[in-house]
Each structure stands twice: as C-alpha cells, then as structure tokens.
Design a protein around this ligand. Structure first.
Ligand code: ATP
Length: 221
C-alpha cells in the first residue's frame, strides 16, 4: 500500500477564485491526497501578477481558512528568482523521499504549454501529473509533449496512487468557467465578483484593493 499522495496546485492566484478552490478540492477528495496550494512569486511563463506576493498570500490565507484539506505552501514566495515548478517539485521530492506519490495538479490549459517549461521532461521523473479539465479553450499540445504524454497516460486513480512519479491522469472536475482575468476586469470596472471569489476574500475590503480601478466607467466617459 503506497503512502497518501502529496499533491500541489500551483498558479499565480491573482486573485484566488472558486474555480481554483473547487478543482483542488475535488482532486484532493478523488486522489485522497494532501493538497498544497503553491502561489508563484515570479511566474516564468506569463505576465507578472497585479497583486504582490504578500497580497496574494493574504487572499489565499483568507480563502483557505476553516478547512483542512487544502493547505498553503509558500516556498515559491520565499525563493529568489523565477518560480520554476522543477525546483518546487525537486525540493518536495527531497523532503518526502523517493517512494511517496507526488502529484502535480495542473489545469489542461496550463498543461498544454508544458513543453515550454524549464526542464519539463524531468518533471515526469519527479511527480505524477493530474490534468484537470476545465471549460476553457484548450490549446493543442506541442508534438513533443503529445509524444511524451502518450506512453504515460493512465486511466484510473489507482495507477497514479501506486507509484511516485511518471504517469499522467486526466481528471474531470466541475466545469466552472471562472478566470482571474475576468475577476480583475470586473474589479477594475468597479463591479463586485460575488460568488466568483470566496466570501472570506470579499469580506475584507483590503484584500481585493490591488485590482480596483477608478470605479465603473459608463459609455462615452
Ligand atoms: P488568469 O486568468 O490570470 O490566467 P487563472 O484563473 O487561469 O488566471 P492561474 O493562477 O493562472 O488562474 O491558474 C492556476 C491553475 O488553476 C492553473 O493550473 C489553471 O489551469 C487552473 N485553473 C484556473 N482557473 C480554473 C478553473 N475555473 N477551473 C479549474 N482550474 C482552473
């Protein structure tokens, strides 16, 4: 019997929203895994976040309060330089040893771009991959990524839980078409993202302040 998997869910979380939380929650239940949310300090593959690392961590703390399935892991915020997933998985692997399943939870859109990531092929040697489907336009995988994934794809959770690294599992999670981009746009426009972000984040007006614009602009102004 393998040890309980340790899974990480990385991202900018700029801001954290219900789509992130629900996907991580469902994966945690389905895999019976300890899940850690790992915010990136300097995401190498996308524009830099609007809110600072400290502000994003404060939103995450508020969002995660009151439950013990999803924990916060701040190692990328505490590390200098770009937040490479390779470094994060390597440091976790060193902590947990070579046998315990380590799972990278990753949205299908992010996964499609994996072959652009730093030392991407080596990620398969460090962790299992659990690809979370979501209702976004999924970009095609590069040929080299598709070839790598073909022999690694497994159809059931037991296979993922049975080993430390190297497999790819596609997991269907609740289809919540929520994006941080949309939430930033709503806030910049003076609107309230109620029921898109956790209530605890909404309840503290300071938390979403980094995204608020001058207020709702009307036509022609
Ligand atoms: P942005 O709109 O700024 O690109 P985002 O909402 O996609 O942000 P990220 O922080 O970039 O959020 O995403 C972190 C992880 O969460 C990625 O693996 C991404 O695929 C996944 N993710 C984002 N939104 C959802 C959603 N609605 N449902 C499931 N997974 C999601």
């Amino acid at each position: 019997m393998s040890a309980r998997p340790l899974a990480i869910f990385g991202g900018t979380f700029d801001p954290i929203h219900i789509g992130h939380l629900r996907a991580a929650w469902e994966a945690s239940e389905a895999l019976d895994a300890e899940v850690r949310i790992v915010p990136a300090k300097i995401p190498p593959h996308r524009p830099q976040p609007v809110a600072s690392a400290t502000e994003r961590a404060a939103m995450l703390r508020a969002a995660l309060a009151g439950q013990d399935r999803l924990a916060l892991d701040l190692r990328e915020l505490e590390r200098e330089g770009p937040s490479y997933t390779f470094d994060t998985l390597a440091s976790l692997r060193a902590e947990i040893g070579s046998e315990r399943p380590l799972v990278l939870l990753i949205g299908a859109d992010a996964f499609a771009g994996l072959s652009e990531w730093h030392r991407w092929r080596e990620l398969f040697g460090l962790a299992q991959m659990c690809v979370l489907t979501r209702p976004a336009q999924i970009p095609a995988m590069s040929d080299e990524l598709a070839a790598e994934v073909a022999s690694r794809t497994v159809g059931d959770i037991a296979r993922l839980r049975a080993g430390p690294a190297g497999c790819v599992l596609n997991m269907v999670v609740s289809a919540l078409g929520i994006s941080a981009t949309r939430i930033r746009a709503l806030l910049a426009d003076g609107r309230e993202p109620r029921w898109l972000v956790p209530q605890a984040v909404l309840d503290d007006p300071a938390l979403l302040q980094p995204y608020r614009g001058a207020g709702g602009k009307s036509c022609g102004t």
